[in-house]
Design a binder for this molecule. Structure first.
Ligand code: GDP
Length: 366
């Protein structure tokens, strides 16, 4: 399964955020809480479309889709020099599919800051420098070998890879991430094979003070980080980890009351979950009309048979057709019958690229 890894300097609020995530996950109704690993938190993906489908086509239960956050603890500074724990820190980042980078964006004299002052951009730079150095190291390791294969042996693959290395090196040396380079499809495959850290998608989480939870975007710290995120080809979200931890621990009534008091319509955690989900290029399709109304996760770009395989490998093996309705059509026409009569129900084949929001009934051979 794809996972987003939470990183950040010590004392910025990572554990607090991760606690909020696991608390919210522990409340999940549909999954007998399977603790996978202590550093993995499973969350439900909030999706208002489920309730609407359930309203139109009631089923016994509603099952949201889920995905995982991984807490990457560890030493940051000097990590790229490969000393023990630092090495492990980078190795753990290598395992995740996207990076959720928590940045301290709150003042509090009681909470020590590792470098003595709150300076979000300086904090970000500390971590990013380690990631860039690790990538440069990886490139240097391949450089001589690939250059030789390209220049003396005229090996085609080596020539292509060397061209990629030559593009990467100056960009990284300038302090920019690999993801800031636009690649064509062939290059992209080569880059993937290099397993770089700075080619992973990044989401900065500005951890603002509780007082700013209703409008994190208005804080100067947030705005600083947002300006940087744009040039860093990264996304950003503002959240108060401490407030989210409190909200996640409340029962639903207290939650609603608290959010109303704060003037917010949903927990910030929901925004975080949705943003990370999209960062991972994940999409949702639905099944309905049986015992359950259910959301499932697929990867953008998957075709109908692969998507059928998300439910069960038999569905993929014996795939015949995908009877498909777009959520927006169901929402608009108000019933499956009306969608059919309007000729909006589609029978899709093997080459169909599934879209976010598709409600699908798979037909398959057993
Ligand atoms: P980590 O080292 O990055 O995991 O940081 P922690 O989650 O342990 O947080 C460090 C300290 O900062 C803890 O005492 C938290 O309660 C506190 N903290 C986290 N988020 C906030 C916040 O939004 N406001 C304030 N005032 N303190 C926070």
């Amino acid at each position: 399964a794809l996972t987003a890894g939470i990183v950040g300097l010590p004392n910025v609020g990572k554990s607090t955020l991760f606690n909020a995530i696991t608390k919210a996950g522990a409340e999940m109704a549909n999954y007998p809480f399977a603790t996978i690993e202590p550093n993995v938190g499973m969350v439900e993906v909030p999706d208002a479309r489920l309730a609407r489908i359930q309203e139109i086509e009631p089923a016994d239960k509603v099952v949201p889709t889920t995905f995982e956050f991984t807490d990457i603890a560890g030493i940051v500074k000097g990590a790229s020099k490969g000393e023990g724990l630092g090495n492990k820190f980078l190795e753990n980042i290598r395992q995740v599919n996207a990076i959720v980078h928590v940045v301290r964006a709150f003042d509090d004299d009681e909470i020590t800051h590792v470098s003595g002052k709150v300076d979000p951009l300086d904090d970000i730079d500390t971590i990013n420098t380690e990631l860039i150095l690790a990538d440069l190291d990886a490139i240097d390791k391949r450089w001589a070998k690939v250059e030789k294969m390209a220049k003396s042996a005229k090996d085609k693959e080596a020539i292509a890879e060397f061209a990629v290395l030559e593009k990467l090196k100056p960009v990284l040396e300038e302090g920019k991430p690999a993801r800031s380079i636009e690649w064509n499809e062939d290059e992209q495959k080569i880059v993937k094979g290099l397993f770089l850290l700075t080619s992973k998608p990044v989401l900065y989480v500005a951890n603002v003070a509780e007082d700013d939870m209703a409008d994190p975007e208005a804080t100067p710290y947030y705005q600083q980080i947002a300006a940087f995120a744009e040039q860093d080809h990264a996304e950003i979200i503002g959240i108060s980890a401490r407030a989210e931890e409190a909200i996640a621990g409340m029962d639903p009534e207290d939650q609603a009351e608290f959010m109303e008091m704060q003037g917010i319509s949903e927990p910030g955690l929901n925004r975080l979950i949705r943003t990370a989900y999209h960062l991972l290029d994940l999409r949702t399709f639905f099944t309905a009309g049986g015992k359950e109304t259910r959301a499932w996760t697929f990867h953008a770009g998957m075709k109908a048979p692969q998507v059928a395989g998300v439910i069960h490998s038999d569905f993929e093996r014996g795939f015949i057709r995908a009877e498909t309705i777009a959520f927006d059509d169901l929402d608009q026409y108000g019933s499956v019958k009306a969608v059919r009569e309007a000729g909006r129900r589609r029978s899709e084949g093997k080459e169909y690229l599934v879209k976010d929001g598709d409600i699908i009934e798979f037909l398959f051979n057993v």
